[in-house]
Ligand binder design. Structure first.
Ligand code: UDP
Length: 405
């Protein structure tokens, strides 16, 4: 326990995987709990460590092993069990991912879902709105971590679970989660709107020239393109993207992370003439201040891999999306964005003609405007959820009460 303004508050230790998309919401949750008076310690791996100078009031606990694989990470599992601490699981994916993950596991176990089924368009029986192709797959380090969380959840039997989502948005999936865990479920998202804005949580350097450039563009005229912090893409797909962007004749900001393109350090993959041809109407950057970009009046669409943080950020700012999911929970999120919430279009093929048409449909066509109207409705829903008396606000208050008790 620590002193806080004359009161004694418990220390909350948050342990996160090293991925940007996990660490960012963990730090946001930490900031929200800190604003409610808790002392905070962040246990982190040495891979992608957070910057302690951004959070002078937190304690940082580097874990001695490198935690780069699921096998190295026993410490997370055992600390809470060994010390007999109350443990709460925090998930930074969509709630809808959880039942989809369970369905996939079950189908696998029953031998009813084989590798080739991952492209099937048919609906999974009794699991509306999911098609087989929406089910989570891939053997990536992130999925190892997802599995690790599942293992931890079972071995420590959490006393509660926290989800970075909004009850009114994912009510059904949250009910399934509650049935599964049989413990209180707190939906406190979107955390980037619940937590105090400062200090910043990004640990990559943001190219803020985007904002000055956006200031000079017409309202809703720019498509923002980013595939998050982890995806690596094949040159062929990126070349198609470049052609689609060029042919669309629309304004754009394109985030290309150095190292995210196979066999290319940065933008060497771009077709000859692309930069000159698009100089007047486009910007290519290494890492953008994404939340500020999405909040800017000039942005009219977001072409995204549908990572959950990006999806929540897009919803929170009422921006329609072009969905290009690759793995893990991204297909589930894309399915909800395009088919259930109808605030985005899903790319079916990876060729420039379709990409060009998608950009125009979102930025120029009436269809884009209709999606924008629905997306703005969702933005209002988010605003209400995080206000005093809203469902996420109340859920955070309940979580604070739960931890304090
Ligand atoms: N992001 C950013 N600048 C960029 C690209 C991404 O700040 O140029 C942030 C984005 O705002 C989001 C996170 O990185 O919070 C990406 O998380 P997401 O869950 O969408 O995808 P992941 O990186 O986990 O695949």
């Amino acid at each position: 326990m620590e002193e806080h303004g004359g009161r004694r508050w418990p220390l909350v230790v948050l342990a996160s995987s090293p991925f940007h998309g996990h660490m960012t919401p963990t730090l946001q949750l930490a900031k929200a709990l800190h604003a409610h008076g808790f002392s905070i310690a962040i246990a982190h791996s040495n891979l992608n460590p957070p910057n302690p100078s951004n959070h002078p009031s937190f304690i940082f606990l580097p874990l001695s092993d490198n935690l780069s694989t699921i096998d190295d990470s026993g410490s997370f599992r055992t600390v809470a069990v060994d010390l007999n601490l109350a443990a709460i699981v925090f998930r930074s994916s969509s709630a809808a991912y959880f039942p989809a993950y369970l369905v996939r596991q079950q189908l696998h176990q029953e031998g009813r879902f084989l590798e080739q089924d991952y492209v099937m368009q048919e609906m999974v029986p009794n699991h509306h709105p999911l098609r087989y192709k929406d089910l989570p797959f891939s053997k990536s380090p992130v999925e190892d971590w997802q599995q690790l969380v599942a293992i931890i959840s079972q071995s420590i039997r959490p006393s509660a679970v926290i989800w970075n989502t909004i009850k009114v948005l994912e009510h059904e999936a949250l009910t399934q989660i509650h049935k599964h865990y049989q413990v209180p479920v707190f939906a406190v998202g979107p955390l980037h709107k619940i937590a105090p804005t400062n200090p910043p949580t990004s640990f990559l350097e943001e190219d803020t020239s985007c904002i000055a450039w956006l200031d000079k563009q017409a309202p809703k005229s720019v498509i923002y393109i980013s595939f998050g912090s982890l995806m690596t893409l094949d040159k062929k797909v990126l070349t198609e993207m470049a052609c689609g962007i060029a042919k669309s004749n629309q304004r754009f900001i394109w985030v290309v992370r150095p190292g995210s393109v196979c066999d290319s350090e940065w933008t060497e993959f771009l077709p000859e003439g692309f930069i000159e041809e698009t100089r007047e109407r486009g910007l290519t950057v290494k890492w953008a201040p994404q939340k500020e970009v999405l909040a800017h009046f000039a942005v009219g669409g977001f072409w995204s891999h549908c990572g959950w943080n990006s999806t929540l950020e897009s919803i929170s700012d009422g921006i329609p999306m072009i969905c290009q999911p690759f793995n893990i929970d991204q297909m589930v999120n894309a399915r909800y964005v395009s088919y259930v919430w109808k605030i985005g279009l899903e790319l079916e093929g990876l060729e420039s003609g379709e990409m060009e048409s998608m950009i125009r449909r979102v930025i120029v066509d009436e269809e884009g405007e209709e999606m924008r109207v629905r997306a703005i409705g969702m933005k209002e829903m988010v605003k209400e959820a995080v206000q005093n008396g809203g469902c996420s606000y109340d859920s955070l208050e309940e979580l604070v009460g739960f931890i304090s008790s």
